[in-house]
Design a protein around this ligand. Structure first.
Ligand code: F6P
Length: 479
């Protein structure tokens, strides 16, 4: 931080490193680690930058109250929050009013933009852009403006401002209008789509989004594929080149992961898991309860294995861990109920007195997820689309068994891990079932050789280096 209290390095994202949940009494608020790939990557990156400021949104009423009470929204100065923070950076929460926040986050970011970028629409009935959607879009614009104003106010002359993800597409241009002097990086953690799929958004909104992003000096994506699709979209929507587009594939930090997975709570979860799994093979998957993760078809594929290859009954267990996500969006609640029902059906169909075919858990108990990562023989990811899928990289690093990997070819991770993973078309349930069997029977030596190469790829650009590479690129463009 400079002497006038202005920062040289700022990060902006909707979700910050911590979430605060109101307890029963005024003194028992609970502080939790923010979930998801963006937060884990950024948290690790910023722990090496003590003078940084992380600007995020207050996401519930309790956070809004605390943020309003803290001067400049500096929530990291509230003692019980400071204790829970890993790193010395400042965290500022913007107390944007509840309606604006909910419209921007639930209706636009998560129900419109997320759906478009992951191609999740059910086109005969969704999406619908009408007057009520337009009001929600106006909230999204206000939400972005609040971030741009806060950043413009907090940035020192010539500061680096790193804006994250689809909640904040308009911020780079809005900030640029106020501050010519700052260097702006924008990173897209999601996939990108081709111009025809992007065309599902209203024409003026397409232009506003692409122009908003192009306010940045450097535009980062996880893979060449997403970067190339963005360049095509910029050409198609605005008729311009996007010279600042670069690729920074976020990897994982093995030391950090081992530290987390070595905690006592994880050891005890692992012992419990071992009691159920015994010497059987374990197929593990860890996701948020997220439509794009395709858990439904994943369960169908596992059921197909058990139905069509009875020799696997009693010899394999599938552990499915789901971290609750976006419960305010009706489509997410319906989807979660649907995968829960299918999981119950599978257990009912195959369970015996001495074999549990499926361990299905919806929980925030991260230790339980880490235990599955340590124990799994097969890592399973079949996302419909995924910007990177950091979890597959984390599982590779943590599994104590040289795991084989069944991976959707529609993930960024597929570009990193290549053919050492068994790549699947996420819609092809039978093809996925076949790949699961190949993963289960893969000879030990082949598995070990593939796992070693994949682990090297997984740790090639850990968060600190990933972030630094973007800052270096920003420096270069300054010249
Ligand atoms: O890019 C998508 C992303 O930000 C991920 O990094 C993360 O896994 C997820 O979305 C978190 O979503 P939310 O903040 O809505 O829980």
């Amino acid at each position: 931080m400079s002497s006038e209290g202005h920062a040289q390095l700022l990060v902006a994202s909707n979700r910050g490193p911590l979430s605060i949940v109101a307890g029963e009494g005024s003194d028992d608020d609970e502080v939790r680690r923010g979930s998801g790939g963006l937060v884990s990557g950024m948290q690790a990156a910023l722990s090496a930058s003590p003078d940084a400021v992380w600007v995020s949104a207050a996401m519930n009423d309790r956070e809004r109250v605390l943020a309003r009470r803290s001067p400049g929204g500096r929530i990291s100065e509230v003692p019980f929050v400071a204790e829970a923070l890993h790193g010395d950076f400042d965290v500022r929460m913007l107390p944007i009013d509840g309606t604006t926040f909910r419209n921007a986050y639930n209706a636009i970011a998560n129900s419109t933009l997320w759906f478009a970028l992951h191609r999740l629409y059910d086109l005969p009935t969704q999406p619908i852009y009408d007057a009520s959607w337009r009001r929600q879009w106006a909230s999204y614009v206000r939400f972005n403006q609040a971030f741009a104003d806060a950043l413009a106010e907090a940035a020192a002359p010539g500061a680096h401002v790193m804006v994250q993800d689809y909640h904040l597409f308009l911020v780079p241009r809005m900030l640029r209008r106020q501050r010519e002097d700052v260097r702006i990086g924008f990173f897209t953690h999601t996939p990108w789509v081709n111009p025809a799929d992007f065309g599902v958004l209203p024409d003026d909104v397409q232009r506003e989004i692409v122009d908003g992003m192009l306010g940045a000096d450097v535009l980062g994506f996880h893979t060449e594929r997403w970067a190339g699709l963005f360049r095509e979209t910029a050409q198609s929507v605005l008729g311009v080149d996007a010279p600042g587009v670069r690729v920074f594939p976020l990897g994982t930090d093995p030391d950090e992961m081992h530290e987390q997975a070595g905690r006592r709570a994880v050891d005890s979860q692992l012992r419990l898991l071992e009691e159920t799994v015994g010497d059987r093979l374990l197929i593990g998957r860890i996701d948020r309860t997220e439509l794009s993760k395709n858990v439904y078809r994943g369960l169908l594929a596992y059921r197909e294995v058990l139905r069509t290859r009875p020799e696997w009954r009693g010899r394999v267990v599938h552990a499915v861990f789901n971290n609750p996500s976006r419960e305010d969006v009706p489509a997410y609640r319906e989807y979660t109920a649907r995968i829960e029902r299918l999981a119950e059906e599978i257990v009912d169909e195959f369970e015996t007195d001495d074999w549990t075919p499926l361990l299905f858990e919806i929980s925030e108990e991260y230790a339980s997820a880490l235990a599955i990562m340590r124990r799994c023989d097969v890592v399973f990811v079949n996302s419909i689309r995924d910007g990177m899928n950091l979890v597959v990289l984390e599982e590779l690093v943590l599994s104590e068994r040289d795991p084989s990997v069944v991976l959707s070819r529609e993930t960024g991770a597929a570009e990193i891990l290549g053919d050492d993973a068994l790549l699947v078309n996420p819609f092809d349930v039978s093809g996925t079932a076949q790949a699961l069997v190949e993963a289960l029977i893969m000879p030990r030596e082949e598995r070990a050789a593939r796992a070693e190469r994949m682990r090297a790829a997984a740790v090639a650009l850990p968060p600190v280096a990933w972030f630094q590479a973007q800052l270096d690129e920003l420096e270069k463009t300054a010249g």
